[in-house]
Design a protein around this ligand. Sequence first.
Ligand code: DLL
Length: 444
Amino acid sequence: MQDLWNDGNSPVHPASAADYLPPPRLRELQSHRLQAVVARTYEQVPHFRSRLEAKGLTPADIRSLDDLHRLPFTVKSDLRDTYPFGLVAGPLGDVVRLHASSGTTGKPIVVAYTANDMAIWTSVMLRTFAACGLRRGDIVQNAYGYGLFTGGLGAHYGAEALGATVIPISGGNTDRQIMVISDFGSTAICCTPSYFLRLIEAAVAQGIDLRKLPLRVGIFGAEPWTEGMRARIQDQSGIRAFDIYGLSEIIGPGVASECEQQAGLHVFEDHFYPEIIDPDSGDVLPDGQTGELVLTTLTKQAMPMIRYRTRDLTRLVREPCPCGRTLRRIERIRARSDDMLIIRGVNVFPSQIETALLAVEATLPHYRILVTRQDDLDELEVQVEVTAETFGDEVRSLEQLRGKLSESLFHTLGIRAAVTLVEPQTLQRSEGKARRVEDRRQLD
Ligand code: DLL
């Protein structure tokens, strides 16, 4: 079968066969795996066992997926409180890899992998790349950061297993990235969408038109982005931009990926079981309703996660995908619940601001959100770069543009925001995850 794939004619890589399991077979597999992971975690992780006991449950109570909702949630503070290795199931000697994700405060959270976990991670990343249309012969420039961040090494192993040629360039050093894209003929690039915007700019500055190069696919994730951003990226670079999702606590990248339809991300649910809950009540919501994504690892050994609350907001798509994959899809992550800004009592997500800005022509996809408090009143300021031509225009047309943006923001958010137009290249660029929001209210 490997040869069949390698001859370039097979539509499905053998490792992707699990993408197409008949739903009843998939459910059976998930139920079976759920029981095994609950039993193993109960035996090996005292923290989980005491949680279960507090609810009067034993692994024998979990007979199928229908019992999943009875299990307690795991949250980020469980990882913090047991730092660094308290949630490792089994001997540390079985752990072959550690990664860590730096939080905003204090110590990072640490995640662990056995050799088998590494094989699973590689396979889900292989399936991710295959779903984004890559195959043997592709040259993958991997500009996710290598190191404790899961992006770099996660993508690396998956792309290599696919049979692609990997360039482990890591993040940063933008001029060198451009040189490699054009000299090595990279056909695919992996990085955050915000870093790719930076690369587009750098290419333009060097007089290089990315649309004329072999680059055709972007595998973007690790931060929220919008359809408006995708449209700008695809238009300016001539590539197809795919959204991939994951988080360190669950495995890293490789939890969910778009396919060629670019319409929602298939969850690799033979390994990671998704639920959507109401973030306030914790109740499971029916498919189709928006809420917080909760994931259970069905096969992970070193650090199984049972009902992990991701804080990411999305919904499960009910309709089957035209691509034929039977894995359910989640909608593009809208935001993290903890990224939500409450401004004058109104809930505002940064992604809504991005959508409103990019709906207006002459804006560049670089912006910053500033929240302050003046005389006990919240003030929202949005700074956005505009094209050089527009910036050079008369004051009147700049005022018109500002008016358009204010209207677009008011229409989307329901509150007024002060808009500041700034020259191209003035706002800070990122090499990894973008930091676009500055909430100064906590400092006041
Ligand atoms: O960002 C893993 C990753 C690497 C995913 C490379 C995709 C590509 P963490 O650093 O632990 O792991 O951050 C996880 O990032 O809970 C989301 O809030 C956010 N996130 C990740 N992918 C997306 C995405 C990696 N496609 C946190 N859209 C998650 C929106 C995303 N947010």
